[in-house]
Unconditional design. Structure first.
Length: 285
């Protein structure tokens, strides 16, 4: 199929882009960056925006910068930017490791980090990263700028706190402790498919005990999120099989799993149990 007719706007500055978006948003105007999520659903006419605001020529939105505390990721930064470490911190290694699990190479060279968050698919790896690491979203519009915490940003399947006239201009991820460990695991039916369940974990080890554990789960619920019950099961425990299994069991019990014609809730609980345990078992610094 082919997309429904639309008008493409190509602003050169951020102010121009926000002005155009304010004008066309009432007609279901959308932002176009990488297009790897939007264009396919347009082709199937699941979305019929009358206007596309193409931001690929807007200067400054491709900025990737660290101030020593956070990593700022602009709206035009591609998945492929993370094929190599972008910051001298465990976060850089984490993003490289996770990034290689996103779809296929051609998609990674075009799709964008912020575009993935704006689309908010429950299975998105970058959405899981943002939820697990407590990212801050920077939304801009002709009305001004606001910051949105990850806990407030994700609001359901492909639903976010962004207003129709707002551009997700930047995402800020806090750097990890220098001695932090991380692990990631996901399950999909075929390589490159959307994950049916995924987990990202980070923690440090202090005096032989786990501290500051973050356990995130994606793909199993309408939105990715941290699982407090699993973090409680880890903190203060000695790293190893007993603690990892307890955390995995806690995560599986805590979720409200999605169900569909192929997958039962119990099956997704089993997947969560497996991906959390494997993420912990394969954690690295």
């Amino acid at each position: 199929m082919k997309p429904a007719p639309f008008i493409r706007h190509v602003p050169k500055t951020l102010d121009e882009a926000l002005k155009v978006l304010a004008e066309v948003a009432p007609e279901d105007g959308r932002i176009l960056a990488g297009g790897q999520s939007l264009v396919p659903i347009m082709a199937f006419r699941l979305a019929k925006p009358a206007h596309l605001v193409d931001i690929n020529e807007v200067e400054g939105l491709d900025r990737l910068h660290s101030d020593g505390k956070t990593l700022s990721i602009g709206a035009r930064v591609r998945h492929g930017a993370f094929h190599k470490n972008v910051v001298d911190n465990p976060l850089g290694k984490l993003l490289t490791f996770v990034g290689h699990h996103i779809a296929h190479y051609p998609i990674r060279m075009r799709g964008t980090f912020c575009g993935s968050l704006a689309h908010a698919d429950p299975s998105s790896e970058w959405c899981l990263v943002s939820a697990t690491l407590d990212a801050t979203m920077i939304a801009k519009s002709a009305r001004g700028e606001r910051t949105i915490k990850a806990t407030d940003y994700f609001q359901g399947i492909m639903s976010t706190a962004l207003a129709e006239d707002e551009l997700l201009a930047e995402v800020r991820l806090p750097l990890l402790a220098a001695d932090a460990k991380f692990g990631f695991n996901e399950f999909s039916r075929r390589a490159g498919d959307f994950a049916m369940s995924a987990s990202l974990v980070t923690y440090t080890v202090k005096n032989g005990k786990i501290a500051d554990a973050h356990v995130g789960v994606g793909g199993a619920e309408p939105s990715p999120r941290r699982i407090a019950e699993a973090e409680t099961a880890l903190n203060g425990q000695t790293p190893g099989d007993a603690a990892f299994r307890a955390a995995a069991e806690a995560a599986a019990s805590a979720i409200e799993p999605l169900e569909d014609h192929q997958t039962t809730g119990e099956y997704r609980r089993d997947l969560v149990r497996a991906v959390v345990r494997r993420a912990l078992e394969n954690s690295q610094s």
